[in-house]
Design a protein around this ligand. Structure first.
Ligand code: C2E
Ligand code: MG
Ligand code: MG
Ligand code: MG
Length: 277
């Protein structure tokens, strides 16, 4: 058929594209409705510190958005974050996350037997660059002063591509209210070492891509070793993401990366799962 009538072939292709477009539009409408009706939730994944002697100690949580839709089922952030990003919805998602974290502060604090815990949220470039980001954050800290002690913002290197000086200045202002920064997915982006010097960072998150084959791939091992040494030299902490096995954990701790996050230690779960009382 395609041979005799190229037109039909093209029309078929276009229908395919039309269908994909419609699917995306449906998902987008569903996402907008989920935001309006407060149907997005947070799961919390624990972060642990291994100090050599004694058991690992839970030092914090990373908050991760979850969206269950009746029509589409569980939609991965890998699908809806880019959708929100390309449709100007990221500021709204940031509000959803901040509102939920603030509502969870009491319950979060009951998960720890110390007061140095961290709750980390992910902040994308468009969120951080929103004109009201800083004023909103200051307002929230005035309402909930514990944020200044416990909140950490995870940014990725993509945040830094444009206007590094402006972003560095903004990050310094945010740091001055007590809120700290982690550099997420470190090593996968457009890293330039100058960022590590210019930006007020508390810690580097070693991307799970380097952890996955750490025990079998000598390049990954060399990269992780180097990142840890670099962070040490700069006075930054390191935390490894995507730790799925005991062997990975042991190797990372032996290499000097004492903070760990991953399925081996705990999956992202609703906060009720982690409460002690
Ligand atoms: P991320 O910030 O790097 O988060 C880590 C991702 O790795 C999470 O996926 C987490 O569930 C997953 N993970 C944790 N431990 C393991 C492990 O041991 N093995 C494997 N294979 N995966 C592990 P998730 O929740 O699907 O989120 C994906 C990405 O979506 C996040 O990557 C983050 O970039 C983005 N995201 C999630 N929530 C938010 C949010 O509230 N705001 C923004 N801006 N982005 C978010
Ligand atoms: Mg993250
Ligand atoms: Mg990451
Ligand atoms: Mg990631």
């Amino acid at each position: 058929h395609a041979k005799v009538s190229g037109g039909a072939c093209i029309r078929f292709f276009n229908e395919d594209m039309q269908q994909e477009f419609n699917q995306r539009q449906l998902l987008l409408d569903a996402l907008k409705s989920a935001i309006t009706h407060e149907q997005l939730t947070l799961h919390y994944q624990p972060q642990y510190l291994h100090n050599g002697e004694g058991p690992a100690r839970c030092i914090g949580f990373e908050a991760l958005l979850r969206w269950y839709d009746d029509e589409h089922g569980q939609v991965s952030p890998a699908d809806f974050i880019p959708l929100a990003e390309s449709n100007g919805l990221m500021s709204q998602l940031h509000f959803v996350v901040m509102n939920q974290v603030m509502a969870d502060m009491d319950n979060l604090s009951t998960c720890f037997d110390h007061d140095d815990w961290i709750v980390a949220i992910n902040v994308s470039a468009s969120q951080l660059r929103a004109s009201d980001f800083l004023s909103d954050l200051k307002h929230r800290v005035a309402t909930e002063p514990r944020l200044a002690r416990h909140l950490e913002l995870e940014v990725t290197e993509s945040v830094l591509i444009e206007d590094i000086d402006g972003i560095a200045q903004l990050m310094r202002e945010i740091s001055s209210i007590g809120i700290q920064f982690a550099l997420d997915d470190f090593g996968t982006g457009y890293s330039s070492l100058i960022y590590l010097k210019l930006l007020p960072l508390r810690r580097l998150k070693i991307d799970q891509g380097f952890v996955k084959d750490l025990l079998s791939d000598r390049s990954d091992e060399a990269i992780v070793k180097t990142v840890i040494a670099l962070a040490d030299g700069l006075g930054l902490e390191t935390i490894a993401e995507g730790v799925e096995t005991k062997a990975q954990q042991q190797r990372l701790v032996a290499m000097g990366c004492k903070q760990l996050q991953g399925y081996y230690l705990g999956r992202p779960e609703p906060l009720a799962h982690w409460r002690k009382d």
